[in-house]
Design a protein around this ligand. Structure first.
Ligand SMILES: *Cc1c(COP(=O)(O)O)cnc(C)c1O
Length: 432
């Protein structure tokens, strides 16, 4: 299908922006073709520059959990707008925001606001290193924690499909301090810890991974990590930038019996504006400057517009627990329908889902780690993506991403997605 205006914009963009985009996955390289440029979005729909309408299943990679241009958030931003846009000085909203986060996420006793998920994870690891006096950390293959140097080792999301998991520009020294293990492999973590006695500051993970496609922790995995951390004085960091406020108002940790020492947040926390946060045990967070020696700062941190949007979002989610039931019902309807269509087509593709996050993997093998995820048929996914786009459904342009539902969906819209899925499947399997 032709998208003339998007194509023209992309041609211009490529002249002045590396690869034509400000974040790699947007360039559609993992699925082929050229990106569609977005003009606007409203509720469950997103509109491109060529005037086409799509049902939204990305929702800005999570933040638009209430759908686009939600009035509540709009009003909060426009109210804040009247009073100037940045002070670089403390404000009342930052206190309200911190109190609300602490009340919603029980493992967080103190919290610091930053401007992105990248800043949150980078800072959390610095705190863990400062607190423990150790240099190394363990991360998991296929987990993505933003683009700070020390995380670009076996990283997920756009770093997978770009084929540069070990990015040039990351020094060997930095890479040496990042140890990696397969997700869900407790024995591998145990070996790393024993091979590096008293050297590991932190274990960081997405407790539910969104960035290699959706992958769930197996029973006992998080509990096992907690035990290893307790035995060896290691700081356990849950990167809930995606799952925070999405899987429950306390994130994934609100659904399980394992508490991290530090948590990183992003995406939903800003209601669509650029916000991140890290927080956790008070004794750890008291290491952060100016309370303690670990330096971390930000000119625009706690920005008044961003705090207004985030506060409106979190307040709504705190006061409307039924949001999560609704989202799970949408997820369940979609999952049931997709599975039924797949069986009809004779292909029992793996579908991983929790609540309003899911990934359909183009493989019939279970996907429990990055190696499994990479066994998916990527060309087939590319054809599926375009077949869905042609039918007005906007999916993530990569197999290694989760989709994110919003409350702006309806059962009718989900049935439209299912009808598109049925047709798309026929088209791509015939072509194969
Ligand atoms: C998106 C994401 C990040 C990075 O957040 P940015 O705001 O893009 O810097 C970090 N961790 C996880 C789990 C994410 O999904």
């Amino acid at each position: 299908m032709t998208h003339n205006v998007s194509q023209q914009l992309f041609d211009r963009a490529k002249q002045v922006i590396p690869g034509g985009v400000n974040s790699p996955v947007r360039a559609f390289r993992a699925v082929g073709g050229s990106p569609i440029f977005i003009k606007s979005a409203q509720g469950p729909y997103i509109f491109d520059e060529d005037g086409r309408r799509y049902i939204e299943l990305i929702n800005s990679w999570g933040p638009m959990i209430l759908g686009h241009a939600q009035e509540l958030i709009q009003k909060a931003i426009s109210d804040a707008l009247q009073h100037s846009f940045s002070y670089g000085a403390p404000t009342r909203r930052e206190v309200d925001m911190a109190e609300l986060i602490v009340s919603m996420v029980p493992s967080i006793e103190k919290v610091r606001m930053v401007n992105s998920g990248t800043e949150a994870t980078m800072s959390a690891v610095r705190v863990a290193r400062g607190f423990t006096g150790r240099d190394k950390m363990i991360k998991f293959e296929g987990c993505y924690h933003g683009h700070a140097d020390s995380f670009l080792i076996a990283a997920g999301s756009g770093a997978i499909t770009n084929g540069v998991p070990d990015s040039p520009g990351v020094t060997r020294g930095v890479a040496n301090d990042t140890l990696t293990a397969p997700f869900n492999d407790l024995a591998a973590v145990q070996l790393l810890v024993e091979a590096n006695p008293a050297q590991i500051a932190a274990i960081i993970l997405e407790p539910v991974v969104g960035n290699m496609g959706l992958v769930l922790p197996q029973p006992g995995f998080l509990e096992g990590l907690r035990t290893i951390c307790d035995q060896h004085g290691i700081v356990l960091i849950f990167d809930e930038v995606m799952t925070g406020f999405r899987l429950s108002k306390a994130g994934y940790q609100g659904l399980v019996d394992v508490k991290p020492d530090l948590t990183t947040l992003g995406k939903i926390i800003g209601g669509g504006l650029p916000v991140g946060a890290y927080g956790g045990r008070a004794d750890l967070m008291n290491y952060v400057s100016p309370a303690g020696p670990v330096y971390q700062a930000g000119t625009l941190s706690g920005n008044p517009l961003a705090m207004a949007a985030g506060l409106a979002m979190l307040t709504y989610l705190d006061e409307h627990p039924e949001t999560y039931t609704t989202l799970d019902q949408f997820g369940s309807r979609l999952e049931g329908g997709i599975r039924a269509e797949n069986r009809k087509a004779g292909r029992d593709f793996t579908l991983n889902r929790i609540g309003s996050m899911y990934t359909l993997f183009m493989t019939e093998q279970p996907v429990t780690n990055f190696a499994d995820a990479k066994s998916a048929d990527l060309p087939l996914f590319g054809r599926y993506f375009h077949a869905m786009l042609d039918r007005g459904v906007y999916l993530a342009p990569s197999q290694f991403e989760s989709l994110f539902l919003s409350t702006a969906l309806t059962n009718e819209l989900i049935d439209e997605v299912l009808a598109a899925h049925s047709e798309a499947l026929q088209e791509i399997l015939v072509a194969a």
